[in-house]
Design a protein around this ligand. Sequence first.
Ligand code: FAD
Length: 267
Amino acid sequence: MITKTVPLKELTTIRQKGSVVLSYIEDLAEIEGKPILIGSGSNVIIKKSSKLYKLSEKFNYIKKRENGLLLVGGATPLKTLILYGFEHSLSCLEFLAGVPASLGGLTAMNAGAFGHEVSEFVEFVKVYDFKKGTIVVRRDVVFGYRTSDIEGIVVEVGLRCKRADGALLRKRVSEFIKKRVKKAHLINTFGSVFKNPSGDFTAGKLIEECGLKGRARNSAMISRKHGNFIVGNGNVDVDDVLYLIELAKGEVLKRFGVELEREVRVL
Ligand SMILES: Cc1cc2nc3c(=O)[nH]c(=O)nc-3n(C[C@H](O)[C@H](O)[C@H](O)COP(=O)(O)OP(=O)(O)OC[C@H]3O[C@@H](n4cnc5c(N)ncnc54)[C@H](O)[C@@H]3O)c2cc1C
């Protein structure tokens, strides 16, 4: 395992201040205990962990099998998969285009957008099980709203894709990206802060109704465009982010009696 001190700016999409000790997992046999894992860092802030683990480039691959089945390594960026789909006329996760995440993170969190979720395309997941110290092939993963019962490291995902025209896929992806840019932000953020509560209102709307859009604390601000996004100044302090999260949570509870659940993970 290669271990280095790495700036958090390079590891987190919100571009966090500070640094952390990071070990790149090459050989799963070298793992001891239950490491704290980071994927592409697109839905995390780092508060508690002084040491993190990340799958190395060895887990960045796509292998094609019969009938649209793709074996995708856990460290593979979503963007690579989407470009692969264009070339091979295969459709699966275009609805997430623009999300700067890895396939491992997307699967473990069952990411979703525009009425679709990753789980719709998952045939099996190869998980490195911490307790057993070996890889387990799971076809029975229980997926929920932005969650799954995966405990361990997603090393490979079997994705069942559909045949589709490459030009059509490009068009669809550019439409999804346009919608995203209009709605929220693509950089200096970690996506949604909270899960949407059940009921008629989204977390973003509830935060907006509390008058919190544009509320800032030093290096971070609740987006003026979308109440459920926090944007950083490119060198964000985790305490500023946590302050705004608690502020939004507290105000929504006070005003609407709704307890928001955090989507972003604090590692
Ligand atoms: C601009 C932007 C837009 C976004 N839009 C959406 C959206 O539309 N829908 C949505 O659902 N999310 C969205 N997100 C959030 C985020 O991309 C997803 O939650 C994604 O699943 C995180 O993947 P990651 O690889 O970045 O994981 P990280 O953020 O690094 O980690 C997230 C969690 O997954 C775990 N994890 C990471 N890799 C693995 C692995 N290989 N095995 C097991 N566990 C792992 C980590 O330990 C952590 O608990 C957005 C984020 C950004 C920055």
